[in-house]
Design a protein around this ligand. Structure first.
Ligand SMILES: Nc1ncnc2c1ncn2[C@@H]1O[C@H](COP(=O)(O)OP(=O)(O)OP(=O)(O)O)[C@@H](O)[C@H]1O
Ligand SMILES: Nc1ncnc2c1ncn2[C@@H]1O[C@H](COP(=O)(O)OP(=O)(O)OP(=O)(O)O)[C@@H](O)[C@H]1O
Ligand SMILES: [Mg+2]
Ligand SMILES: [Mg+2]
Lengths: 464, 464
């Protein structure tokens, strides 16, 4: 007969490492560095600091079967983590500070913890975390993860004098890895991260002691993204029930104005009228079926204003142009920032660019650079929504052929990037996102077409 | 300042629907049917029955914004679920009976529950489950999921007289969906499921009342897969610690023989000698560092026997050939079953086939059919390890060109299929798996090459 069991969530990710991007020793090196660097960038932006992220990798030995063991150390000047939250932040899966509706690189609450988990199951060494919020004290922890119960095991905790008022976090972990195979992807990742984060200083010392420096190109800190409320178009029954359970509002008018994005008094009244709901009704008195009806009415009410994207922090055309120029030195760059749109109530902005010539190689097909919330996506390109859009375009209409030296950039920023995988390899093809990418790429394709025909004309005139 | 929160695992999958394959109303229809059908097939095989799975979809209405609401009903003749386990099996994520090292379609403990969760958040209707193990009673539950706490909410529970001794499970759920867009994929899924499960009867009635019948082609039930123990090459420190905590063995010799696959007395002694560990030592007395050393020594000991694959249940060359012949009526079929191999201690077998002509269309590239543990994989083909292998092959060596009417089949069966995504869209590229697929495809490519050159020769002789 069958035996039934329940497993914990950390145990789930321990058993299914491929899911979180830890398929092999080389992928593990990439994923570990990436997760830690993204946490550091988020932490620096949280306090409005120009990020200074330093990564070291030291070779520490080899296993008896010849796989290398590395120590990875990442140090940042971010917000630091409050001491009482350090054990859970690094020793518990689905614990974190990014579960809000706000644009950030982190979103799942498990990336950094997965890197620590992988390190622990391959080397059985604890992670070392040192963190301070800038006060007189800094806190140093040695932690392991209780995988079956998904909770931190604190091996040691020390309080240090922080005379210099240093603020930030240092993480040190050991893991089995294959740096040689991972190296090209790691360096490409850091290079592309620097491209879309020109305000950040990133340095990397690899196991051979080679230093790679990606220094900041600007002193301007990007406008920090703001937290937003859910938009009426993104509600479902579960969300409504949670809001009703937690609300202090005692009538529907206040409830709609207080909890939803861009719903003011006038709009709330208009909606309640059209839905046939009494404005003075206590939200907690709604029946099950009324909640379902409310959810459907909110989704279909035509007059709600689209989500405003002031809560988002896109790259901006100037920065995108500057980053591409620096990295690829192309002859021509076309850039386009689409107007804000939304899927399931989540606002998003798509930014596209197309570059021609310079250091861009001629290849069988265009070179595609994908980014989401200022992080580069380097794997599984063919499943990504951007790739599918590019493949669907008839390029001969723009007198562009796929073997030209052309690079295409797509960046999407949102309060919730619709990743298809836990390892953030690629983005799911949501209709609304697909449409915006298509319009963005068509716009830059037209600009490149104009550039090419001007060039051709000039070429022809020169020949006469 | 940051606010830290912890979310539950059901809440995690509620917030990240794209991850589990519920990206859009049309994808949701596909995913829901697929998850329920796979559970039914697993349940029938658990009791050695010839599966009889019936699927109905009824249109139940429309939301105010015009999205259709469907009722999905799936009935099977499987094992049934013990009444005390029904609420958790269908109302709790990461609860199930497939967490063992045994080949099955299910592996994560969340597929069916996710379909129920998606139905609940879009329609707020409970799921109905009726199940019996064949005894005098059947049990009917109405359930919902408490998303925040990841536990079932039992709305009603009835005990029914089961006079006819019926055995099986019936699931009824409502969900928002788009059957029109989903239809081609749903029908393709059922067709390909029938192809690799020729012992199963599958019927489907769609919302328009059209009946689709995929009747069984054989009465033979495949050899049921057996549960196996972990193989020494797949250990890590976490696994060893769990085994040591739970073991009744009081010396290392017994410990190795009792808990590991294909480790007998002689082998255990040889290993312990080479690792320098005392055979009489109590496993519970090992220190932290000794456990790490033991894990590394086990991974690198060259003389352990490879995992034996008697625990697996591959399709078999005959069945694969018969299934392809029935569906595509090709002129020629080459089939190859590779010898068992292993990755991370999990045994797997790769089966390949290549078919030429008949109903196979000429296209820009080969048609690829992918299967894992007897389920078809229909999405994100370009990220799958099989696709990458096929793209890496120089086909001109086999005088085959990609625009020929050729279909390639790859099936992998294992105690743990290395899926890359929770939605089981595609398989991660583990080195060992990649190698076996490459050798399998090369073998069938050679056979097709021989067939084509014979055909050509015959053609030429006829012309003279
Ligand atoms: N370098 C850091 N500085 C400050 N806080 C950090 C740092 N690293 C991690 N944290 C805190 O620990 C939490 C957990 O990190 P983790 O990477 O596991 O999840 P996440 O970043 O929230 O989401 P994701 O899984 O998408 O990465 C974060 O939410 C953050 O609050
Ligand atoms: N039709 C069925 N007959 C018998 N048992 C079932 C049926 N459907 C589900 N179950 C039981 O409920 C459990 C949970 O099912 P669920 O689909 O959520 O996870 P799973 O099948 O174990 O894994 P996966 O996430 O890979 O599908 C199963 O493990 C099985 O024990
Ligand atoms: Mg993170
Ligand atoms: Mg299942």
């Amino acid at each position: 007969a069958q035996t039934f069991e329940e497993i914990g969530v950390a145990d789930f990710f321990y058993r299914n490492r491929d899911i979180a991007g830890f398929t092999s020793p080389s992928r593990a090196v990439f994923s570990a560095i990436r997760e830690l660097v993204e946490n550091s960038l988020d932490a620096a932006e949280d306090v409005g600091a120009l990020p200074d992220v330093r990564v070291w990798m030291f070779k520490k030995g080899e296993t008896t079967s010849g796989v290398s063991i590395y120590k990875v150390r990442v140090e940042d000047n971010g917000s630091g983590v409050p001491p009482q939250s350090i054990p859970s932040a690094f020793g518990k899966v689905l614990f974190g500070s990014k579960f809000k509706l706000r644009q950030a690189r982190g979103t799942f609450g498990l990336g950094g913890t997965m890197a620590i988990l992988y390190g622990q199951i391959t080397t059985n060494k604890p992670v070392k975390v040192i963190s301070s919020a800038g006060g007189p004290k800094a806190f140093a922890y040695k932690l392991m993860i209780d995988v079956e119960r998904n909770r931190p095991i604190v091996l040691s905790r020390k309080v240090l004098n922080n005379g210099s008022g240093w603020r930030g976090t240092i993480i040190e972990l050991h893991l089995e890895g294959d740096y040689l195979r991972a190296m090209p992807k790691v360096l490409e990742y850091l290079k592309q991260t620097a491209l879309v984060n020109p305000h950040a200083n990133i340095t990397f010392v690899d196991p051979k002691g080679r230093l790679y420096v990606f220094s900041k190109a600007t002193e301007d800190v990007p406008r920090p993204p703001k937290e937003t409320k859910p938009h009426p178009y993104g509600v479902d029954v579960e969300l409504l029930q949670r809001l009703i359970r937690a609300t202090n509002c005692r009538n529907m008018l206040d409830f709609l104005r207080a909890h939803f994005h861009r719903v003011g008094e006038v709009m709330a009244k208009r909606f309640l009228e059209s839905a046939g709901l009494d404005a003075l009704r206590d939200p907690r008195s709604l029946t099950h079926d009324e909640v379902v009806q409310l959810s459907q009415e909110m989704k279909s009410f035509k007059w709600f204003l689209p989500p405003d994207a002031s809560c988002l922090s896109p790259l901006g055309e100037e920065l995108l142009r500057a980053g591409i120029a620096k990295e690829l030195r192309p002859e021509f760059i076309a850039v386009c920032q689409r107007k804000p749109s939304a899927y399931s109530g989540h606002p998003f902005i798509v930014e596209c660019a197309m570059a021609y010539g310079g250091d861009i190689p001629k290849a069988e097909y265009f070179t595609l650079y994908r980014f989401a919330n200022r992080i580069p996506l380097l794997y599984d390109e063919a499943s990504d929504v951007s790739f599918k859009v590019i493949r669907s375009i008839n390029w001969s209409r723009y007198k562009i052929s796929s073997d030209m030296p052309i690079a295409i950039f797509v960046h999407i920023c949102s309060t919730k990037v619709p990743y298809k995988t836990i390892g953030k390899e690629f983005i799911a093809d949501r209709q609304e996102v697909k449409r915006e990418i298509l319009f963005g790429i068509r716009e830059v394709a037209r600009q490149v077409q104009r550039f090419l025909s001007k060039r051709e004309k000039a070429e022809r005139q020169r020949k006469r």
